[in-house]
Unconditional design. Sequence first.
Length: 563
Amino acid sequence: MNNLIRRWLVLGGLAVTGGVLPAAAQPVQHLTTVQAGGMPGMPVMGGISRLTNGVQLHWSGPAGYYQVFQKSNGLTAPWIALGKATNVACTATINQLYSNAFFRVAGPAPNYAGSKLCLACHLAVCQYETNTAHASAFSSPAFAALGGQTNASCLPCHTVGYGTATGFVSAKATPLLAGVQCENCHGPAANHAGSPDNPIIRPRVEVAATLCGGCHRASHTAFNNPPTYEEWSASGHGAVVPDALKAMTASPASIDNCGACHSGSARIALLTGTDPALKLTNDFNVAIGCAVCHNPHATNSVSPVQLRNPLFSTNDFQLLSADTASLGAFTNKYNANTNINLCAQCHNARGAAWTDTARAPHHSGQYNILIGSVGTPALDYPFNPGTHAGLPAANGGFYLTNQCVECHMSAEPAASQGAHNHSLAVNYNVCANCHVGQTGQQAQAGLATFLKPLVTETLQSLNRWAATRAPAALITNGVVAWEYTTPGGVTWQTNATGGVTGWSLNGTVNFTGPNAAGQALIPNNIKQARYDLYLFLNDGSMGAHNPFYALALLEDALSLASQ
Ligand code: HEC
Ligand code: HEC
Ligand code: HEC
Ligand code: HEC
Ligand code: HEC
Ligand code: HEC
Ligand code: HEC
Ligand code: HEC
Ligand code: HEC
């Protein structure tokens, strides 16, 4: 209790009426605020949410005991302690309140130590950490030249704990707290270093992007640094896909399976040696944050920006559900494949096969399309990378050395060239490095006008088969005989005679496919045709990832559907 300090955080007021419930089996609280300096040294408010019968408070701060206090309406009313000073969850549910109540929490004192003190017990992490740019965030000549070392507005993100009682003061007074160190990310840890066996004051390990976002954000654009956090939050990586969330809520096995690609906390648990299904039953709604791709502690030979995997590979790779069914299986697979492109770790076809009957290939096949290793053309010729896969080619010496990142994360030709755009939006300026005489958009539109009719023709053939040649048992109202049991999602418009005239991926699917018994009646050529068709559609690039291979997929689909 001697950790408690008399600094209060008033959480806010609400009109309900007094009492406390323990915080039990609730979702794990992650850092909800984005704060200069990273992990706050003092408690900061996360929010109040209203429950049917009370409120829930959230706050963030260093690991340790907290106590919640409440004050009834009126300035002169006393603060009343709610429960004991033993709250370690940083959240409390209060179901009886005063009208217009105010809350505050008392928490552990921020006691910064500096990373030298951590060396004794965390030698490996400390050695690697020293090689990162973080370690020299204060000493860097560029920072010094701009006067940052003595400018109070710069110090919160370039030093440890600036602005708190035991944090950085000046290069002279607190030399061991210069630069970005362990405690920017883990919170003040001197108390922990003093009693490492006390689990209550063990430093926080935060995997959410808000940790990094406190410093890597828009406020820094004046120095040509991109607003990484904002770009990232607006991207598809900034939230967990709702359907994946639903699946993980329904079954722990899905936390391993879907979570390996859809949940930041599940992915990081797998990468750092925890079995997510066992540990994360209430902690999978964490987006694909910074630490999923960047190793927070280390640079490596392939990446000065601390990426966990390289950006270029041409090995075939798919992550199967068997690979994530246990930690051991994942570790074996991953260690054997760390040389696989960072993006391909998730953007792969998941073992899609033409024999699948329940669902169409997942939307994630981009890497295997880029290198041409999935679909019926690859059954005969397993390696079909197009020029966009970045293999050296006769393109005036230019090729896509960083594969996906080259098109999806480039910031050229802006002043911040060399920096990367985390929004994932395709940068069409890149195309001009090779495509002459037309813009990338024009090239893509041209390719689409060529490929789209092939999709229509394939649908025409599949529907013709369903109407005229499908086994009688498959011809039922509301069932499309060539589809997967859960239809893949393509819908089409027809003319007066029932011929397909166009298609869309965003229409309402008001039909089903044959059930499992019915699937057994669908001939192989139809199964292969729908597989190729959906591989093309679900890749989402309309052929751009591997133009000639996309053409091969659709030509195969059409000819198989017409057999
Ligand atoms: C005297 C030894 C010692 C010192 C000094 C020490 N630690 Fe630790 N630290 C430990 C032990 C023991 C654990 C628990 C390891 C475990 O359970 O696997 C730990 C765990 C941690 C964790 C992980 C908590 C978790 O939940 O996995 C972090 C983060 C951490 N320490 C940071 C620090 C920082 C930062 C410093 C320096 C300010 C520091 N430690 C200094 C011994 C120490
Ligand atoms: C306390 C503020 C702060 C926090 C928190 C923080 N960073 Fe940084 N980061 C910096 C600063 C400052 C630099 C620039 C250091 C330099 O080059 O001198 C930097 C540099 C980097 C770089 C190297 C950039 C380059 O161009 O070489 C990477 C990568 C990075 N941070 C990733 C992360 C990730 C991932 C996290 C969260 C796990 C994170 N940072 C958390 C302040 C922070
Ligand atoms: C909100 C947090 C924040 C504040 C405040 C901040 N920086 Fe930074 N600074 C960063 C981060 C994060 C990076 C790394 C960005 C990257 O590499 O993408 C960085 C990088 C830099 C770099 C380039 C890396 C290097 O060290 O060579 C310089 C120079 C720099 N900052 C100077 C300043 C100066 C001067 C100020 C004050 C006027 C300042 N910063 C205030 C977060 C901050
Ligand atoms: C830029 C932010 C950042 C910095 C700086 C940082 N860490 Fe971490 N640390 C993390 C994140 C995020 C995780 C969880 C993800 C992971 O382990 O890869 C973590 C995990 C840990 C763990 C638990 C599991 C493991 O990977 O061993 C320990 C212990 C730890 N850090 C200690 C330290 C120490 C000691 C330092 C300083 C030498 C340090 N960290 C610096 C962000 C950081
Ligand atoms: C091998 C990695 C991986 C696994 C495993 C995985 N997904 Fe995905 N999933 C992805 C990727 C990558 C995308 C995004 C592709 C895109 O944006 O085109 C995606 C897209 C989706 C979408 C479409 C989102 C949208 O934008 O419409 C849904 C729904 C989905 N996944 C659900 C699931 C469910 C449920 C599971 C578990 C049964 C799962 N996924 C397992 C990688 C995976
Ligand atoms: C999907 C993977 C991924 C995620 C998630 C991700 N990054 Fe990156 N980041 C990259 C790649 C790839 C690069 C470019 C590396 C290269 O070209 O060497 C990069 C570059 C950077 C750099 C170097 C400066 C620059 O822009 O080139 C910083 C700093 C950085 N990221 C910080 C962050 C932060 C902070 C977050 C979370 C808000 C984040 N990243 C999330 C993949 C990722
Ligand atoms: C941990 C798994 C994982 C990694 C690693 C990963 N992604 Fe994703 N990515 C996903 C998932 C899941 C989605 C689907 C999000 C959705 O549909 O909302 C997605 C969506 C996307 C999208 C769709 C864009 C959008 O905003 O809708 C693009 C483009 C993308 N990722 C590119 C990349 C690139 C480039 C890399 C490598 C630097 C990468 N991804 C690494 C899992 C991952
Ligand atoms: C030659 C440039 C290029 C390369 C290399 C590239 N992409 Fe793409 N990608 C595109 C284009 C163009 C689109 C279509 C974008 C659109 O319609 O907005 C696209 C679309 C996507 C989509 C679907 C986006 C959506 O909104 O549904 C995802 C996901 C994706 N790419 C991921 C990747 C991954 C992962 C890699 C590496 C394996 C990769 N891309 C390599 C150009 C590229
Ligand atoms: C490394 C050089 C290079 C870059 C960069 C590049 N392409 Fe290509 N692209 C090619 C080559 C070479 C072909 C011929 C087909 C092949 O080998 O895959 C091609 C073919 C295409 C095609 C097929 C039809 C046609 O017009 O030839 C499209 C569409 C296309 N690229 C779009 C893009 C887009 C969009 C971008 C930028 C996001 C881009 N390309 C970036 C080299 C490049």
